[in-house]
Write a protein that binds this ligand. Structure first.
Ligand code: NAD
Length: 351
């Protein structure tokens, strides 16, 4: 399975770590280090099988290669998963994990992801230098992520309506957690008409009260008429079932893996909906941890995230020129950069 997965995804190195003493089982997947050391978070989940964990880490690490390259960061793509119940996580397990990361000699740099946080990275940092997202670092990247999503969304609006003016632009924000709430706030500041939605009704009502905006039931979020639909909750929300319900011209949000499948970018394109590739506009998180790695300040990271707007403008132009989706243009940009640096052409595309 590992061998065939490595061949089909094009990975450089996949390492399986087991530590009986602490119950740690981890897989680190280094997809591509042509542009620099691989960087990506550690996801901790109670995967039902080894194959499920492997598939997840292979897919996620490959996506990191594209995200880093499309953002012009001198970094490669990598990701790690720890197969465990979040309840089982303890300091000994994270320390053992840190020792294992250290053995990779800096080819993989880890950080936070689902079910791992700053406290965990502080423990990992006791065993290795190849970690970012610690309490000594640049802090929560979410506001910078939200800013980048806002800039990418604004560039998409400009391309669609020939004006960046957001006055009365109707935007539905799905998921008002750390990224979605930050995005909603920026949109309101720019006079957009925002509607928020979240499975957590209490959180949704609180944000709606704070910002003075309307809410829509999570079950009706896709069919709610708007100009821009901004998914900021979970992945896979743009799929065969939801696309026919959409009443918007632009899909631009902060969630990872917004499309259930890569082909949905083309389905949206054919329906006249501009899709802003998630990995391009939500790169503010990666920009922040990369800044931490290279010793840049939070303000520099924020400026780099603001540049996501220009990046989107240039990708939209390329897509128009080449008659493709913006996702295709972004993938092509990333691949061109990697191939120009390396002799070995990469054969795969993200998702
Ligand atoms: P979060 O946990 O703070 O917020 C997620 C919110 O979505 C929660 O309020 C949750 O109740 C809500 N939600 C979950 N499922 C939902 C559903 N089906 N319908 C409606 N609401 C739902 O997470 P976050 O940090 O804001 O991240 C949001 C998304 O952005 C994730 O996909 C994450 O991977 C991605 N992302 C985050 C960052 C970052 O810097 N935080 C960076 C890049 C990408």
């Amino acid at each position: 399975m590992v061998h065939s997965a490595m061949r089909s995804f094009g990975h450089e190195q996949v390492t399986h770590f087991v530590d009986d003493e602490t119950g740690l089982e981890a897989i680190v997947a280094i997809h591509d280090t042509t542009l620099g050391p691989s960087l990506g978070g550690t996801r901790l989940l109670p995967y039902e099988s080894h194959d499920e964990a492997l598939e997840d880490v292979m897919r996620l690490s490959r996506a990191m290669t594209y995200k880093a390259a499309a953002t012009d960061l001198n970094l490669g793509g990598g990701k790690a998963v720890i197969v465990a119940d979040p309840e089982m996580k303890d300091d000994d397990m994270m320390r053992a994990y840190g020792r294992m990361i250290d053995r990779l000699g800096g080819h993989y740099i880890t950080s936070v992801d689902v079910n791992t946080g700053v406290d965990d990275m502080d423990i990992v940092a006791q065993e290795t230098d190849h970690v970012v997202g610690t309490s000594a670092g640049l802090g929560d990247p979410s506001p910078i992520t939200a800013r980048g999503v806002f800039e990418g969304l604004r560039a998409s609006v400009e391309a669609t309506y020939d004006t960046p003016d957001m006055t009365d632009l109707e935007v539905v924000v799905q998921g008002v957690g750390k990224v979605g709430s930050g995005l909603a706030e920026l949109l309101v500041e720019h006079d957009a008409t925002v509607t928020v939605s979240d499975m957590n009704v209490e959180a949704m009502d609180a944000i709606a009260r704070d910002l003075g905006v309307e809410t829509v039931d999570p079950g009706e979020v896709y069919s709610h008429p708007c100009d821009v639909f901004a998914p900021c909750a979970v992945g896979g929300v743009i799929n065969d079932e939801t696309i026919p319900q959409l009443e918007c011209d632009v899909v631009a949000g902060g969630a990872n893996n917004i499309l259930a499948e890569r082909r949905h970018a083309q389905v949206l394109h054919d329906a006249g909906v501009l899709y802003a590739p998630d990995y391009v506009i939500n790169a503010g998180g990666l920009i922040t941890v990369a800044a931490e790695h290279t010793g840049k300040s939070r303000e520099e990271a924020r400026r780099d995230a603001i540049a996501i707007g220009d990046r989107m403008r240039s990708l939209i132009s390329r897509a128009e020129r080449e008659g493709t989706t913006v996702l295709e243009a972004a993938d092509r940009y990333a691949l061109d950069l990697i191939e120009a640096t390396d002799d070995e052409p990469m054969s795969q595309v993200a998702n």
